[in-house]
Design a protein around this ligand. Structure first.
Ligand code: ATP
Ligand code: MG
Length: 165
């Protein structure tokens, strides 16, 4: 179904902020939203896509220090939309970056075990994004932070209007 991507991401972020604020043990994170001013309607499975964005955001929180800023960008490329989620966390080495989307792969097993989780989040995310005809990748500088990016095809609504009109 066609859904408003900015609305969905705003909703996910609002809920995450609320959850973190309600948890006295959670760190204090700053969320910055840099969204294109255009409306982005994408033909997606909303529940599955929510799972993807939730996992990337939860990772950003889990693997970055208290007080960190997490920036969510939505870029309009006319034929595709790119979502970029940037944290100020541990970062990921080139070597690990290649395996990160494999099932059960976790960097530094001991450290990751403390954080909880199964190492399936990104493997599932990759499956879901590819099922939607998109791609997902990570850019990172070790010790500085990571950006998880995914790109989805979309059709500008004006074109759809034309088709339907
Ligand atoms: P699950 O998502 O199943 O609860 P998980 O978070 O460990 O467990 P993934 O989401 O697949 O699994 O992530 C795989 C591994 O990639 C993580 O264990 C962590 O080592 C690394 N990782 C993921 N996101 C980040 C990030 N933002 N910064 C640094 N490392 C990350
Ligand atoms: Mg995860």
């Amino acid at each position: 179904d066609y859904v408003d991507l900015k609305r969905i991401i705003n909703h996910i972020l609002d809920r995450l902020v609320f959850t973190l604020e309600s948890d006295s043990n959670a760190g204090n994170y700053h969320f910055v939203r840099e969204f294109t001013t255009r409306d982005i309607y994408v033909d997606i499975d909303q529940d599955r896509m929510t799972q993807v964005i939730d996992n990337i955001l939860n990772n950003a929180v889990k693997y970055s220090p208290d007080g960190g800023t997490i920036t969510v960008k939505i870029e309009d490329n006319h034929r595709s939309v790119i979502v970029r989620i940037t944290d100020e966390g541990l970062g990921i080495s080139k070597q690990d970056a290649e395996k990160l989307f494999d099932r059960f792969y976790r960097v530094d097993k001991a450290r990751s075990r403390e954080q909880g989780g199964s190492g399936l989040g990104l493997a599932i995310s990759k499956e879901v994004i590819e099922l939607h005809g998109g791609s997902i990748w990570v850019d990172s500088v070790e010790g500085e932070g990571s950006t998880f990016n995914f790109e989805l095809p979309y059709t500008e609504f004006t074109e759809l209007d034309g088709e339907w009109g």
